[in-house]
Design a protein around this ligand. Structure first.
Ligand code: DC
Length: 205
């Protein structure tokens, strides 16, 4: 690996996205939300495209498509993500991104375990299912989504189960990942923890 890659994994709505963006901005690194790749493929399957075909045909512009953040697309993403050929089709794009010379932050489910096993720093960001569901509920509610709290919790639990129990690249912390539990942390505190861990590595720690 050429660049300085930071792998940030964890379950749905644990705060990975916010944390990854803040960490990337702090260090001046590029950021890739790898969930968007699976969401873009999932969104195409909702339009009737076959999942492996959709993954093979994926282009960077697809990541900017409207509507990738809806609960339906999240579930579709989690469903296509169990298909080994879909995952295989998305590996090169992610590894090329990780190898950029200016440094890269990738967040997802299997970055530290499969995509970038040599990442300089691996973080596993988690929080209790109830806390994650409440955060996601507030986010969706603010956007006018009619989902109830109970529906959002059921959604989070279904995705957790599918993402953790799949055979190919299941969600789990890499052996050398540092755990950050954001259940009782503010965003600022979580970012400060992450930055401190990364700085310790940057300085040869
Ligand atoms: O991070 P997210 O919620 O946008 O991810 C959507 C789904 O995509 C997630 O439920 C599982 C899948 N995914 C994956 O399997 N591997 C990744 N590296 C990122 C996401």
């Amino acid at each position: 690996m050429n660049g300085f890659a930071i792998a940030i994994d964890g379950p749905a709505a644990a705060g990975k996205g916010t944390l990854s963006k803040a960490v990337a901005a702090h260090f001046g690194f590029a950021h890739l939300d790898t969930g968007l790749l699976y969401r873009a493929v999932g969104a195409k399957t909702l339009l009737g495209v076959e999942p492996i075909e959709a993954a093979l045909a994926l282009v960077a512009e697809d990541l900017d498509a409207e509507g990738l953040r809806t609960p339906d697309v999240a579930q579709a993403a989690s469903r296509v993500a169990v298909i080994p050929q879909v995952r295989a089709a998305l590996v090169d794009f992610q590894r090329a991104f990780a190898a950029r010379s200016g440094g890269a932050v990738l967040d997802g489910r299997d970055i530290g375990t499969v995509i970038c096993p040599d990442a300089r720093v691996k973080l596993f960001v988690t929080a209790s299912p109830e806390v994650r569901a409440e955060r996601r509920f507030l986010e969706l509610n603010a956007k006018g989504d009619p989902s109830t709290r109970a529906e959002v919790l059921a959604d989070v639990q279904a995705r957790d189960a599918r993402d953790m129990e799949r055979v190919e690249a299941p969600l789990k912390p890499a052996q050398d990942a540092v755990l950050i539990d954001t259940s009782d942390l503010s965003i600022e505190d979580a970012v400060a923890q992450a930055v401190a861990i990364i700085e310790a590595r940057t300085n040869g720690g």
